[in-house]
Design a protein around this ligand. Structure first.
Ligand code: C2E
Ligand code: C2E
Ligand code: C2E
Length: 89
């Protein structure tokens, strides 16, 4: 993409996350709950996360950032614009 383009916002849909089977959603749900706790941000329907957090989550899920991003978008828990965050991998 363009060099001056800002990175996309990464927004986790916490409601959709609640309807993903626990064996898939578990690590992301625990990670999101930790961020909510650290921020004291408990009442949101969505949670904005850091670009670095997507890379950390890819390590946790033992997948490349781009494959994990596609999976999260398929589950409906991550906004499709997030693809642009990993498109240069
Ligand atoms: P920290 O990284 O030392 O950040 C301290 C404070 O700086 C944060 O307090 C927040 O007020 C502000 N801050 C830092 N980076 C950003 C940012 O990218 N955007 C915004 N809007 N503010 C920022 P806060 O929110 O109470 O968070 C406390 C601590 O919780 C953070 O300390 C960090 O260790 C952890 N944390 C919170 N949210 C995240 C997250 O999304 N990802 C990660 N990896 N850690 C987080
Ligand atoms: P936005 O980033 O497009 O977020 C739209 C709305 O999504 C927010 O409205 C809020 O209801 C929800 N939202 C997004 N991320 C989070 C999150 O991590 N936790 C929670 N609890 N809710 C979230 P809101 O709060 O009225 O904010 C409106 C706009 O104000 C945001 O649009 C953003 O442009 C700006 N804004 C709010 N907080 C911050 C911030 O910490 N840093 C920056 N840079 N902008 C912020
Ligand atoms: P945002 O608040 O609009 O911040 C956009 C970008 O500005 C961040 O992308 C980061 O690169 C930079 N930034 C903002 N505040 C700080 C800061 O205090 N310290 C540093 N070193 N950089 C800062 P990033 O990291 O990808 O975060 C994306 C969004 O995730 C943030 O949008 C915010 O909504 C949320 N977020 C990330 N970390 C924290 C945090 O510690 N606390 C809170 N409350 N929100 C966070």
């Amino acid at each position: 993409g363009g060099a001056a383009e800002p990175p996309p916002r990464l927004v986790i849909d916490l409601e959709r996350l609640g309807s993903v089977p626990a064996e898939k959603a578990g690590p992301l749900a625990r990670y999101a709950a930790t961020i909510q706790s650290q921020r004291g941000d408990y009442n949101g329907r969505v949670l904005s996360i850091r670009q670095d957090d997507l890379r950390t989550l890819a390590v946790i899920y033992d997948q490349s950032p781009s494959v994990l991003t596609e999976q999260l978008i398929t589950w409906g828990v991550l906004n499709p614009e997030a693809r642009r965050a990993v498109s240069d991998d």
